[in-house]
Design a protein. Structure first.
Length: 275
């Protein structure tokens, strides 16, 4: 986006502040000039074009955009689930060079194994990655107790509410000490009240554990109220139109944030589809 366009947008709505992504600032992940294509018998689909994305340590970034624009594709590239076709992704960490070790991906469904207890579900990533040391097991169990799962560790997932299942899935996701937590619409299957409760749980965990997180969602209110910065994607072939700061005060709840944020202005800005 040109400087002239950026200034025009700021003048149009001074409440929404553009977040400058400085490539000279130390980013924990930096995606540069990413393009991605899908191929089928009917032809080629250009999903992502010229994506440039800096994610800074300790930041909570949300990504919103039209359905089918490539949000999940972008996060799958960052996580290493998809191979980069064009462009580069740099990971700034000396002890975790593999994206699948660097990032942890929490999916839309909790995907808990019904035949394993809550405890064994939480410890599964440590078993798969051969990281099941006493120290890591203690860390995972301490997290479970800290966030209200201590009395349910020996129960099966079917005995839990939807909100508690998502809490188990989150603890399982971060048990292996990832540097970046990737969240792919993890609240979409929950009713409104449970959704609010789990969103607050997730926000508390991310802030308390000082994690870097990326949330993709269709819910504008969720994106704005949970994150520090909102990235707005265009229609396919998608690029990132702009980054906007939310400027939340420290230690505020989601309800307090909803009361203070002018969500109608965010909706207007985000649903503008002009580049």
């Amino acid at each position: 986006m040109s400087e002239k366009k950026a200034k025009a947008k700021i003048k149009k709505n001074e409440e929404l502040e553009i977040s400058v992504r400085d490539p000279n600032k130390k980013a924990i992940i930096h995606a540069k000039e990413l393009h991605h294509y899908y191929y089928s018998q009917s032809g080629e689909t250009h999903a992502l074009r010229d994506i440039d994305l800096c994610i800074y340590p300790g930041e909570f970034l949300s990504i919103v955009g039209p359905s089918g624009c490539g949000k999940t594709t972008l996060v799958s590239l960052i996580s290493g689930l998809l191979e980069v076709q064009q462009g580069t992704i740099e990971y700034n960490c000396e002890d975790k060079t593999n994206p699948r070790d660097f990032c942890a991906y929490m999916l839309q469904k909790d995907e808990l194994f019904e035949w394993r207890t809550v405890r064994k579900n939480i410890l599964l990533p440590l078993e798969i990655k051969r990281m099941k040391t006493p120290e890591n097991v203690k860390y995972a169990m301490d997290l479970a107790v800290k966030y209200g799962l201590g009395d349910f560790l020996d129960k099966k997932p079917r005995e839990l509410s939807g909100g508690m299942r998502q809490r188990v899935a989150l603890i399982r996701t971060i048990a292996s000490h990832p540097k970046v937590l990737l969240l792919d619409e993890p609240f979409s299957a929950l009713d409104f009240q449970t959704r609010m409760e789990v969103q607050q749980d997730v926000l508390n965990i991310i802030k308390n554990e000082r994690m870097t997180a990326v949330l993709i969602t269709h819910d504008v209110d969720e994106a704005v109220c949970m994150a520090d910065v909102v990235a707005i994607m265009t229609k396919r072939p998608a690029t990132i139109k702009e980054f906007l700061k939310t400027n939340h005060e420290e230690n505020t709840t989601l309800i307090q944030r909803r009361e203070k944020v002018k969500l109608s202005e965010w909706h207007s800005r985000i649903f503008e589809q002009k580049d």
